[in-house]
Design a protein around this ligand. Structure first.
Ligand SMILES: [Zn+2]
Length: 412
């Protein structure tokens, strides 16, 4: 019997399959119903992948969505500080960047965030974890804007909103109340930035407060830890310890954590071991600062590490398009990781490892899995990262949501 599919992708190359083979992917009611070498049916709509790699969509588990496209509103002062002297000016940069919050307003944040979300979708990311400043300056302007974007795009994208007290919880007295309110409004994740507090005691208090809120709402935690070149910073370690103590294993993610690159080996090994026990994920973004996590060592030890865009044209980083292949391409250069195996690792870091960092289940490309797929511009992971261009098609919940021009096709 010939089957009929809502959508049939033909000539698809798949990861982990021999490069000379192509496949048919049949989709019905938003799910993958078959993956076969031979055609077993026809599609109401058929997409020719033309031998390109078909992959799971990309993930972006760390992006400051309330600040996107604000670079020109601020000038370059914060970028200079953030990247200077082994990140010694990171805290000063955060202070300069916080000036923008005097102008925070739901309406322009909404416009900018929606533009950035659609850019992500166009480049094949359908899972985003959006960090939104939630404090006494930003109040709930960003949270409201992002909840609106999340809601408007929920039929095609999965956006998680993180209530993020960017200027601290102890230092910025009153920020805690805004985080509680953001969670009541519907934010998905409790954010934090303990390393910005002035004493170790305050750092610990910051972490304790986040767990209190997260447990009340039964939500995950995502924090920016130790984001400066200072081996004395230890909030990543405290976070891992607290995760185990609170029984919040596999629900906590640390972003940046660049200080780990400055730790003596024995200290680093302890942090790795604790992170593993806590099931804590990490997100790194080597393009937005001069230091980066020892990710290969961490992955080898069994710790989940993903890549994030972090910023798009804001006080900390002037570029970015929510193009995760571009992020992988940059990471490959910055970390001098250019073997085929390295590329595979980066591909993992922008697909299933990102989902894991967002607390989502990964299914893959097999019958029964959600039909969230992208037809890439390239026959292999290598070609896709090399070109880091638009995917030819983005498919979400079994429907084509973006079609892009096919590079290299001339009509002359
Ligand atoms: Zn960040």
């Amino acid at each position: 019997m010939v089957e009929e599919f809502d959508l049939l992708i033909k000539n698809a190359r798949l990861r982990y399959k021999p490069i000379e083979k192509t496949f048919f992917i049949g989709i019905n009611e938003g799910k993958i119903s078959s993956v076969t070498e031979e055609r077993i049916g026809r599609g109401i709509i058929e997409v020719d992948a033309e031998g390109n790699l078909v992959s799971e969509p990309f993930t972006n588990p760390h992006i400051h969505m309330c600040k996107v496209y604000t670079f020109l509103m601020l000038g370059g002062g914060a970028v200079r500080q953030y990247q200077s002297e082994g990140m010694g000016g990171a805290m000063a940069a955060i202070e300069i960047a916080s000036k923008i919050k005097e102008k925070y307003n739901e309406s322009w944040i909404y416009e900018n965030a929606k533009k950035a979300a659609l850019s992500a979708l166009k480049y094949g990311s359908i899972y985003l974890r959006a960090f939104v400043d939630t404090d006494t300056k930003a109040k709930l302007e960003g949270v409201k804007a992002l909840l609106k974007v999340k809601n408007e795009l929920k039929h095609v994208m999965n956006i998680q909103v993180v209530a993020f007290p960017q200027d601290g919880i102890v230092r910025d007295e009153g920020a805690e109340e805004y985080v509680w309110k953001a969670m009541e409004l519907g934010a998905d994740v409790v954010g934090g930035i303990p390393w910005i507090e002035l004493t170790e005691e305050d750092e610990q208090k910051h972490i304790r407060t986040a767990f209190k809120i997260a447990k009340e709402f039964n939500k995950d935690i995502a924090m920016l830890t130790d984001d400066a070149g200072d081996p004395q910073l230890k909030t990543t370690l405290y976070l891992a310890k607290a995760t185990i103590k609170e029984g919040w294993e596999n629900k906590v993610t640390a972003c940046h954590a660049r200080a780990l690159s400055t730790y003596p080996k024995p200290t680093l090994l302890k942090v790795i071991e604790l992170s593993k026990n806590a099931g804590m994920s990490y997100v790194m973004d080597p393009h937005t600062g001069p230091l980066y996590l020892p990710f290969k060592e961490m992955i080898r030890a069994g710790v989940n590490v993903a890549l994030g865009q972090d910023d798009i044209a804001d006080a900390y980083y002037p570029y970015g398009r929510n193009n995760m292949l571009e992020v992988a391409f940059l990471a490959s250069h910055i970390t001098w990781s250019m073997t085929l195996r390295d590329m595979d690792t980066f591909m993992d870091m922008i697909t299933w490892r990102g989902m894991k960092a967002m607390g989502l289940d990964f299914c893959g490309i097999r019958p029964g899995c959600p039909a969230d797929l992208i037809v890439l511009n390239g026959k292999s992971v290598y070609e896709a990262i090399w070109r880091h261009g638009l995917p030819h098609y983005v498919i979400s919940k079994g429907k084509i949501v973006v079609k892009s021009n096919i590079e290299g096709k001339f009509y002359i």
